[in-house]
Design a protein around this ligand. Structure first.
Ligand code: SF4
Length: 146
């Protein structure tokens, strides 16, 4: 199995605390975070992904807005530079413990936060990062199997 994620949700997963739009939505995102933590491969997609697709029936779903696409582009660029990989649509990535630490450090320092500009949850995500990412659902990830 593969988790389908749009690029800016790689950032959002770092600070996700198990809160969201509805119990069903939370259960879905919890399951995705668990799969990522277990080392499941992530496939980069454009537009609605496994996290936001369930919200498509909403009126004016934010995952279809231009701002979400812009966040994807900024995240794709910043995370590609940070991780030294090419995160294009269709790319695959598996988050290992070292990568999680690198992504958290960059998030805390602001290096990868261009995508967060104007986001209504920015202050919350700032405080979670300042609190050393406690408590988040993606608390740890498994090391890659050799
Ligand atoms: S501030 Fe918004 S875009 Fe940035 S990680 Fe938090 S929820 Fe995601």
């Amino acid at each position: 199995m593969t988790v389908r994620l749009r690029a800016h949700h790689l950032l959002c997963m770092l600070t996700y605390q198990g809160k969201g739009y509805s119990p069903a939505f939370i259960a879905g995102v919890d399951a995705i975070a668990t799969r990522i933590g277990e080392g499941e491969e992530i496939s980069l997609v454009q537009g609605p992904d496994d996290i936001c697709s369930p919200l498509l029936p909403d009126s004016d779903p934010h995952c279809l807005r231009e701002s979400a696409q812009s966040r994807d582009e900024l995240s794709r660029s910043d995370l590609s530079a940070l991780l030294g990989v090419c995160l294009e649509t269709g790319s695959s990535i598996r988050i290992d413990p070292a990568m999680l630490e690198t992504m958290r450090a960059a998030f805390s320092s602001g290096l990868t936060r261009r995508a967060c500009q104007g986001c209504e949850w920015r202050e919350l995500c700032d405080s979670i990062a300042q609190d050393d990412f406690r408590p988040v659902v993606l608390a740890t990830v498994k090391a890659a199997q050799t």
